[in-house]
Each structure stands twice: as C-alpha cells, then as structure tokens.
Design a protein around this ligand. Structure first.
Ligand code: NAD
Length: 346
C-alpha cells in the first residue's frame, strides 16, 4: 500500500482547481492521480466530467469515498477553514490554496485538528518555485553582489481586481490576501530573520471595499530592508525585483527573468566619474560610474535546489519527510497580514 499512488480530489473546480488538475499535478508528479472533483456549481461539475474526472454529489460524498487520500481545497478564501477541518476529521490529508485562511485564529483551529488527527496539512505556496524569486534567492545565498541589504518586490497590473468574490471582504478579497500573501511568503522565507518593524499603506483607487493594492516597508532584525508593493491600476510598471547588495545592484524586470546584475570591481586606479549635465544642473554624484569601476555579470539561473511542491507532498505523506512549505512559516505570514490590517484599522 505504501508505495501506491495517492488519489487526489479537487474541491472547488474553478480557475485554480482546474489548473491543479489539468496542469500542475500532471507536470510535477506521476505518483499523484487526480481522480475526481467537487464544486457547488453544476457547470463546474460538468467541466470536471468533461476533463474525465469522477464527480460527487456533495462534499460529504467526497469525504465518504475511501479511495480519496488527499482533498485539495481551491475554493474562495472564506470556505477554506471549514472544508479543511472536515476533511482532516474524515481522515484525509489536505492541500489548501493560499491564503490558507483569512485570520491566524482560523489557521490555528485547522492546525489543532491536523495535530489531533496526524494528517498532513500543506498550503500551496507555489511561488517559492518561481524562477525570478529563485534568482533572488540564489543572489541572497551565494552573494555575487555581496550581502544583500535591500529587496524591493513588486507586482503591478492595470486590470483592477479580477473576478467576483475577490472584490468582497467577507470572501477574503483584496490584494494583500491575494498577491500579498505570495510576496510576503517569498520574502519571509528568504530573509529568515524576525521582523523588527513595518509600515503599510493600502490603496483604494478602484473604490472597492477591499484593498486594490498596498505598499509596505519592512525591516528585519538581521538588517535587511524590504519594500513589497502590489498595484492593480499601474499602466506602466517598475521592475519585479530591485535588489541592492554591498557590492552591486540587480534588477529583474518580470516573470520572464530579463534584467541585469552590476557588480563593483573595486579596481585600483579607477578614474573619477565625469560630471554630467542632469536636467538644467550639473552632477558628479549621479553620473554613471567610470567603466573600470563596474562590470555586468550574468544573473543567477534560478533553479530550485528542492523538489516540486507535489513531489514534496508525496514524500511527506509516504516517506515522512519534512514539508518545504511549513505551517509555522505560513502562520508567520498570516500573523503579519493580521497585524497589517489591524494597524490600518481594516
Ligand atoms: P474561482 O472563483 O475561479 O473558483 C472557485 C470555485 O470554488 C468556483 O468554481 C466555486 O463554484 C467553487 N466553490 C465555492 N464554494 C465552494 C464550496 N463550499 N465547495 C465547493 N466548491 C466551492 O476562484 P480561483 O481563482 O480558482 O481561486 C480559488 C482559490 O485558489 C483561492 O483561495 C485563491 O486565492 C487560490 N488561488 C491560488 C493561486 C496560486 O497561484 N496559488 C492562483 C489563483 C487562485
């Protein structure tokens, strides 16, 4: 039994649920099989049937099916807690989409049941595997531009908030709980030092009851500073990443990973930078460094030195290995988000 494939049923067969079934799980692993799906909407049940999946009359019917080992929750954020707790109590392992819940309190209720039942509960923080993030992670660890002391992480679009439930507070809408949870998960996992302080400012440009973006400045006890910014009314963008090290600077434009990394050569006999005309004034401070003072070096490759999410899930369930996405880390991000809403009075 122990080396058999793991049967997964997707609960919430919408945009992300169907992407898990059709793309992510088949691409990452042949030890997991998506056997079925359940959704509250008849048209999504139809879509699951068309994809060749077994469908269920109710969530209870999923839980009653003994061949199901993993319940994958990809429903709107306000339903994650109850679905996760019921699935764990029914003896299932659970994969839950991000944000795991809307409040830390809800997550703690899930984690208590996971502990009690001994079942695996893993949150799909898939952006730990994004190549652009892995490039920054390699920079941070291998130090080609020295110790990194400032990280700016941004995603900016001009299409507003998508969909329906993402506009509503009661469903856990808004950008901090959507993109924010990804960017903060990447940052806190990378820097791995306690947070010393933060400021946050939410934007409400679109007039939604939930935030359509935010700007946060975070300082860590190890000295690292970070800016994390999400915007949905940005008709032109800043780079995805801007990273400053003690010996250079790097920039990654977008998810296609184009960009540049410039390192100080610290060469001797470097000629002084020549003053340039800047606007209607003159500057040496802001003139480009002389050619001998800097060199362009290739950006890191951005390959993961750890296995894909679903391969890890298999190892955790079948071989008792450590999860890559640890619940304590997920909790830390959600606790920060709780505090961000609290200081803003939201
Ligand atoms: P969606 O609206 O496209 O799909 C949600 C589906 O859940 C719908 O089909 C809806 O009918 C169904 N549903 C609602 N309540 C249900 C219930 N109680 N039981 C069963 N089905 C129910 O939303 P989405 O964009 O797919 O987002 C779903 C989840 O996935 C959210 O938590 C979101 O944050 C997350 N997500 C994660 C990523 C990622 O990259 N990790 C990307 C997109 C969405």
């Amino acid at each position: 039994f122990h080396m058999t494939k793991i049967n997964v049923v997707i609960v919430g067969y919408g945009g992300m649920g169907s992407y898990h079934g059709n793309t992510i799980i088949p691409a990452q692993n042949d030890k997991l099989t998506v056997t079925g799906a359940y959704d509250v909407l008849p048209e999504r049940i139809e879509a699951a049937k068309e994809a060749g999946l077994e469908t269920y009359e109710s969530f209870e019917a999923v839980l009653a099916d003994e061949k199901v080992e993993v319940v994958l929750i990809a429903t709107p954020n306000d339903s994650h807690k109850d679905l996760a707790i019921a699935a764990l109590r029914a003896g299932k392992h659970v994969v839950c989409e991000k944000p795991v819940t809307m409040k830390v309190q809800e997550l703690d209720e899930i984690l208590a049941v996971a502990k009690e039942t001994g079942k695996t509960f893993m949150v799909h923080q898939n952006r730990r595997w994004d190549p652009d993030f892995l490039m920054v992670r390699e920079m941070y660890q291998a130090k080609p531009i020295g110790d990194i002391f400032q990280i700016e992480s941004r995603v900016q679009g001009a299409n507003g908030i998508p969909g329906d439930w993402r506009h509503l507070k009661e469903h856990g809408g808004g950008m901090l709980l959507d993109w924010g949870v990804h960017l903060l998960d990447q940052l806190l996992w990378l820097v791995d030092s306690p947070i010393q302080s933060f400021n946050v400012d939410f934007s409400y440009v679109l007039g939604d009851p939930v935030d359509d973006g935010f700007f946060t400045y975070i300082t860590f006890e190890n000295g690292v500073r970070a800016i994390v910014e999400v915007g949905t009314s940005n008709y032109t963008k800043l780079p995805r990443w801007y990273v400053k090290g003690m010996e250079g600077t790097a920039k990654i434009d977008d998810w296609d990973c184009q960009g540049e990394m410039i390192r100080a050569t610290n060469a001797e006999n470097v000629s002084a930078p020549k003053a340039i005309q800047a606007g209607v004034g003159l500057t040496k401070t802001m003139a480009p460094p002389s050619e001998e003072a800097m060199e362009s070096i290739p950006l890191p490759e951005g390959h993961a030195d750890f296995v894909p999410f679903y391969e890890n899930l298999y190892e955790v369930i079948r071989e008792g290995k450590e999860p890559i996405v640890k619940n304590a880390e997920v909790r830390q991000v959600l606790a920060l988000i709780d505090e961000m809403f609290a200081v803003a009075g939201r």
